[in-house]
Design a protein around this ligand. Structure first.
Ligand code: GTP
Ligand code: MG
Length: 589
């Protein structure tokens, strides 16, 4: 938000072959005086020398040649400026390149100019490009009805192209698009109003693009910071935790209340930690920074820090998105992929394809079951746990994602909304696993009488959970209780994946049914994982013991034990609790 910086806007120019895209761009550069000194004359002279008529389109080639000789080569863009702001024109060499750049975030257009040749009329690509623009979520679009000089600047030709194309856009749900009659070659209605088309009373191209809204003012939007890392400082003897990340939007001050999404954990900002920068009271979008919170929260990387007094982002598992697939293997339904969005990484599955088109050929295909390489598709996705996200129109960096298949980035997409359908895949999977099993003659009560206790599923979480769980199993076993410990072996991240939770849940059900006290340990667990476990073991309640005094989970069966106590002591405390709840009798320690 540096006021000294001029505002910038990215614009893409699309249209059917030869309809005049390069001429429009060349004209915009020339008529706004944005060309390097002498460039225009130089190109004119070269044309004369080669006995070719001068073309504004040649300006672009000339600029590219020049840039290619320079040190910083950026042939994909060119620039022009008006009084209002600076413009960057994103060159769209081909659909595939264009989509790849747009969707991966290498380039981002905030507005589009679509060129249609008045003489040739609407062609296939005129429509396909319109479709791609709408799929990419670019809402600011002007249609330039070019080469009006070839149709004698006739209003009725302009009117007929406009009516047809407007109908087409209406069907795509794209509205409020302006149409400008143009002769790019003659400079009519680009920088100055045309004398040849007095019947047109609307804006020129330059007036129109200056009137585009800058949607990117992320400063004015709600505060969002994806948590990139959590640093622990023990050097000073204290236990400060710094929540670090880059602020994507909005602003925040010391004392503000914050909520982390999707976990919903809350705290207050105590200090803003700059990296080699002076202490700040307030900080805003664009900064990479760290925060110290009043409470010691157990947070996961990828959660989004928000201000509690502002509108929250979405926090859900199902969303609608438009994606562009680049993977060698097609994207298929129900297979697990990894979704990377801002700092979050979540397993994701393709639920259904609404429409898909082949981006190279731009032919649209309905009823497809998989997304092929270079397809653009509108789909529904589902993640295995909730994550925080926004619509692409809201906060761009939280509405754009990539999909990783194995180790490769195989696709990219933009989120167009939350999906309201609540019948999630994991619920369906749960239903699928409900096979009708047959059991023997022994009842639950019979088992309780013989074993001397009720069956129970005990989930111990926290850093010391493994030792405590093993100690608990040992103590129960030496007192002739039927206890069994089974815990996953952790990788260095101590994270639990969804498959492990599923397996555990299924085992637990069997063990509980067999009358056993089944104990497991998970180093890290979040509320959605606990919910999944609880669904998998329903109607039984499991008993969650969290051995970390700073964890703040509100599961009703949670008891929180202080981490200082030795693990034998902890397991004794658990046994006491089991006795208190009436699960175990005749047990003295
Ligand atoms: P590709 O990049 O090949 O897809 O073409 P393009 O859309 O960039 O078109 P370009 O600007 O190269 O123009 C194609 C031809 O149309 C050139 O010969 C231009 O001189 C001509 N042209 C562009 N605008 C106008 C116009 O307003 N009137 C007339 N008569 N010709 C034009
Ligand atoms: Mg061109």
């Amino acid at each position: 938000m540096n006021k000294n910086l001029r505002e910038q806007m990215n614009i893409v120019v699309v249209g059917h072959v030869d309809h005049g895209k390069s001429t429009v761009i060349g004209r915009l550069l020339a008529d706004t005086g944005s060309l390097p000194k002498g460039k225009l004359d130089q190109v004119r002279v070269t044309c004369e020398r080669n006995a070719r008529p001068f073309e504004y389109a040649f300006l672009l080639d000339a600029l590219k040649d020049e840039q290619a000789q320079g040190i910083t080569i950026d042939t994909a863009r060119c620039f022009f400026k008006t009084k209002k702001r600076d413009y960057i024109i994103i060159d769209a060499p081909g659909h595939v390149e264009f989509l790849k750049n747009m969707i991966s975030g290498a380039a981002r257009a905030e507005a589009a100019l679509l060129v249609i040749d008045a003489h040739e009329g609407i062609q296939e690509n005129s429509k396909r490009h319109g479709y791609l623009i709408s799929m990419l979520g670019i809402h600011q679009l002007i249609v330039l009805v070019n080469k009006m000089d070839l149709v004698n600047y006739d209003w009725s030709v302009f009117d007929s192209v406009t009516t047809q194309y407007r109908n087409f856009l209406d069907n795509l749900g794209v509205s409020s698009v302006s149409f400008i009659p143009l002769s790019a070659r003659n400079g009519e209605n680009l920088a100055k109003k045309s004398d040849a088309m007095k019947w047109y009373t609307g804006k020129t191209v330059l007036e129109h693009i200056d009137a585009f809204n800058k949607q990117d003012d992320d400063y004015a939007k709600p505060f969002r910071m994806p948590v990139q890392d959590i640093y622990k400082f023990t050097a000073a003897g204290d236990d400060r935790r710094i929540i670090a990340g880059t602020i994507e939007s909005g602003q925040i001050s010391i004392g503000d209340h914050v909520t982390f999404m999707p976990s919903g954990k809350k705290s207050t900002i105590v200090s803003i930690e700059g990296f080699n920068s002076p202490v700040k009271q307030t900080i805003h979008n664009g900064y990479a920074t760290g925060f110290i919170l009043k409470d010691e929260l157990y947070l996961q990387r990828g959660e989004v820090m928000c201000r509690s007094d502002e509108r929250p982002p979405y926090s859900a598992t199902r969303f609608r998105a438009n994606i562009f697939w680049m993977g060698r293997k097609p994207m298929v339904q129900n297979q697990k992929y990894k979704l990377k969005i801002a700092a979050a990484r979540v397993p994701v599955r393709l639920v259904s394809i609404i429409t898909s088109i082949d981006a190279a050929e731009l032919t649209s295909v309905h009823g497809k079951k998989q997304i092929e390489r270079h397809d653009v598709a509108e789909c529904i996705f589902e993640t295995t746990k909730p994550f925080a996200f926004c619509n692409i129109d809201d906060i761009h960096s939280l509405g754009r994602f990539v999909i990783v298949d194995g180790y490769d980035i195989a696709g990219g997409g933009i989120i167009t909304g939350i999906d309201q359908d609540q019948t999630s895949l994991s619920n369906k999977q749960l239903q699928k696993s409900e096979i009708d099993w047959d059991t023997g003659l022994i009842t639950e009560q019979d088992r309780q009488k013989i074993y001397g206790h009720k069956s129970r599923f005990i989930v111990i979480t926290g850093k010391k959970s493994v030792q405590v769980a093993k100690s608990l199993e040992y103590q129960l076993f030496t007192h002739k209780k039927v206890a069994y410990y089974l815990g996953p072996v952790f990788d260095e991240r101590d994270a639990t994946d969804e498959t492990t939770i599923h397996k555990l849940g299924e085992f637990a059900r069997i063990f509980i049914d067999a009358g056993i006290i089944f104990i497991t340990s998970l180093k890290r667990v979040d509320e959605s994982e606990l919910n999944l476990l609880s669904k998998l073991t329903a109607p039984f309640n499991f008993f969650h013991v969290s051995i970390e005094n700073y964890e703040d989970m509100n599961t009703k069966d949670t008891i929180i034990l202080n981490g200082i106590v030795e693990h034998e002591k902890l397991s004794e405390m658990i046994i006491h609790e089991l006795k208190r709840q009436g699960d175990i009798s005749d047990f003295s320690i």
